[in-house]
Write a protein that binds this ligand. Structure first.
Ligand SMILES: Cc1cc2nc3c(=O)[nH]c(=O)nc-3n(C[C@H](O)[C@H](O)[C@H](O)COP(=O)(O)OP(=O)(O)OC[C@H]3O[C@@H](n4cnc5c(N)ncnc54)[C@H](O)[C@@H]3O)c2cc1C
Length: 327
């Protein structure tokens, strides 16, 4: 079975992995000259199905709870399973109650328990929610490692190329926001990368705020990803001054040490989303499309890749599961 995948974002690469490990002959093409710069490159890398349920449908939890296992099996050593900590400044304590009412899979923490989990935050927050089952990874390292693994198992990956149709038995469109064939919309996400050795965190921390909820995801080498804005537009231009101020302000509210951090990078990605904010695997003859991963690319791409691979290899049970999960 020859499969051509357009798009080397998280959707395309996870599908390539799924198909290659099931024996398909896979080629991936991407119009970019390298992976860097697509929406997947800008992601926080949180595998947080319970937290995401706060604003997402049950399907996101159902489809996303196996994501950490998938990434762990595909890329051993990349997944960090230390849960997610959710906090709110004292004046926004009601946000914590609201978040808790809309989610499950957490335990309530008091100030001592927060300090035990994250010593750097000792004395700063009286209450928090801890989602022990959640995980995270560094999306850039994961994408590069996945690319290398795919090359190692015989997948061809051509950057700087948009292949012509008719090349393969099945063609799969994983072009994210560049796919203009349907009702896809863009949701712009801006992020920062800070560098500081003055604070260390073991896990993603979400800081709730009625208008500007943000998260800080620790990465190696004293780097912290701070994200992300959610702006209903598909403009991919540079981050705005306002967004930088808001993201930095929130990081500073989490811990003043971020005020002394170096701002080493800013990034903008456009999340592809359908009206219901749920992803779709669609089929039209020998053409398949995976899109609409919205703010859940790393979380849901493994499940979408599994469904698409089942379609390609003709497993009807999986198609029913896909429909069921989206109801
Ligand atoms: C700031 C931010 C933070 C996020 N944080 C998280 C998070 O913590 N956890 C999570 O799960 N998700 C997160 N997301 C969401 C996630 O990044 C997206 O859902 C995901 O990247 C979408 O992946 P994709 O492969 O569909 O699109 P993309 O990553 O955009 O990849 C599409 C690829 O297709 C290529 N392409 C376009 N047109 C063509 C063509 N004609 N031919 C060939 N190639 C083409 C593009 O060059 C691109 O490389 C975040 C997103 C943003 C912006």
């Amino acid at each position: 079975m020859k499969v051509l995948i357009r798009g080397a974002g998280v959707a395309g690469l996870t599908l390539a992995h799924e198909l290659a490990t099931r024996g398909a002959d896979v080629t991936v093409v991407d119009k970019r000259s390298e992976i860097a710069g697509n929406a997947s490159w800008q992601a926080g890398g949180m595998l947080a199905p319970w937290c995401e349920r706060e604003s997402a449908e049950e399907a996101v939890l159902t489809l996303g709870r196996g994501a950490a296992d998938w990434w762990d099996a595909a890329l051993t050593g990349h997944v960090c399973r230390r849960g997610t900590l959710v906090l709110a400044p004292a004046r926004d304590a009601r946000e914590l109650d609201r978040f808790g009412r809309r989610t499950s899979g957490f335990s309530q923490l008091d100030a001592c328990e927060i300090a035990a989990l994250e010593p750097a935050l000792a004395g700063r927050f009286g209450r928090g929610l801890y989602y022990a089952g959640e995980a995270h990874l560094d999306p850039r390292k994961a994408l590069l490692a996945l690319r290398d693994k795919l090359l190692g198992i015989g997948v061809r990956i051509d950057f700087g190329r948009c292949a012509a149709s008719g090349y393969a038995d099945v063609e799969v469109d994983c072009t994210g926001i560049a796919d203009r064939r349907s009702e896809l919309r863009g949701v712009r996400g801006e992020m920062l990368i800070l560098h500081t050795g003055e604070i260390s965190l073991a896990r993603p921390v979400r800081l709730l705020h009625p208008r500007i909820p943000v998260y800080v995801v620790p990465r190696s080498e004293n780097l912290f990803m701070v994200g992300a804005t959610m702006i209903e537009c598909d403009a991919a231009g540079p981050i705005t001054a306002r967004s930088i101020m808001e993201l930095l302000g929130a990081a500073y509210a989490l811990h003043p040490a971020f005020g002394e951090a170096e701002l080493v990078q800013t990034g903008v990605g456009v999340r592809p989303a359908f009206a219901d904010n749920l992803p779709r695997v669609e089929r039209d003859g020998t053409n398949i499309r995976i899109n609409g991963l919205y703010r859940h690319g790393f979380l849901l791409a493994p499940a979408m890749a599994g469904q698409a691979a089942d379609m390609i290899f003709g497993n009807p049970a999986a198609k029913e599961f896909a429909l069921e999960a989206h109801r």
